[in-house]
Write a protein that binds this ligand. Sequence first.
Ligand SMILES: [Mn+2]
Length: 358
Amino acid sequence: MKALKFFLRMWGFIVGMLLTFAALPVGGECRAQPDDIRSALIEELGEVEKTTYVIGHTCPDSDTVCSAIAYANLKRQQNFKCEPRISGALNRESEFILKYFDVPTPPILESAVGENIILVDHNVSSQAVSGIDEANILEIVDHHNLFGDIKSNSPVFYLRMPVGCTATIVSMCYRHGNVAVDKKMAGLMFAAILSDTDNLRSATTTNLDIATADELQKLAEVDDRTKFFLDMEREFTDYSGMTEREIIFTDFKTFDAGGLKCGYSTVATLDSESRDEISARLDNFMAENFSSTGVDMFFVKVHEIENYTAKMLAFGNNAREILSAALNLSDDLFLPLNVPNKKIARAISATLETSRAA
Ligand SMILES: [Mn+2]
């Protein structure tokens, strides 16, 4: 009931927003639609003939890839010359999705210099394709915090909403543009939402994401949402053929605290069995090789997707004690999966600084 009320309220908000768009006075026209605004801008810039590339962030994830494809497809239906691009190789999850819905992989764009670009799923140049400073940015469609270092030569169409996934916004654009969503595009956007929201469980999931995923699931003809999600994640968490060192450095960052260098890595596993298996492999590896990792303490957050929990591993002198004090964890070092990495790293830093001061 609460969900329905919220959904209706979101609809009110969206319809209100669309009416606001519709009422925008552009060049004396009173009821211009956002795409009239866009085409007016393109005509003014004389870029009708040139293809615009829709592209997401580097180290592409499934939202970035699927939103770029679905948004470029929408723009094509609206008679814009648009094509999707990616700014790096696909991960295994995205490969699974494109294969499942029989959609070709977009080409990699090596440089955006001199190109017409629509950015999806990011708004900061450090995550953008190289050459973005010399690109002609036409639009940004995103759901992230504002960082604000992307510059444009002209006023851009910037659509940003605090939802769990860019594909949720792209799906709204189809509805708004009155463009039918076909089975393949529905599948890509559905999969992107599940990927970005951990099957609609992350703290960032909104009721709009849930309602949109429901609708897209029907169009994509996927029977069992959770089964599809786990099939998708099984690909993502397949570490067979990878060494422990490769696993531990796939998603790795460092931070300094209390005069020590700390390593922090996240590893995703499907269920408790694979979590324990990977944890044991990493424990054994670290027992032999910790000194070669180049840090004083090494923390690993092992996600367990099925039950939505995580287990921390801690290596180095006192690392375990520092970690459990920092996060107030019991001996087994379990915590909910959606505790953000930044929050964990900050808590560890604060505890290390205090222990040094003492
Ligand atoms: Mn995203």
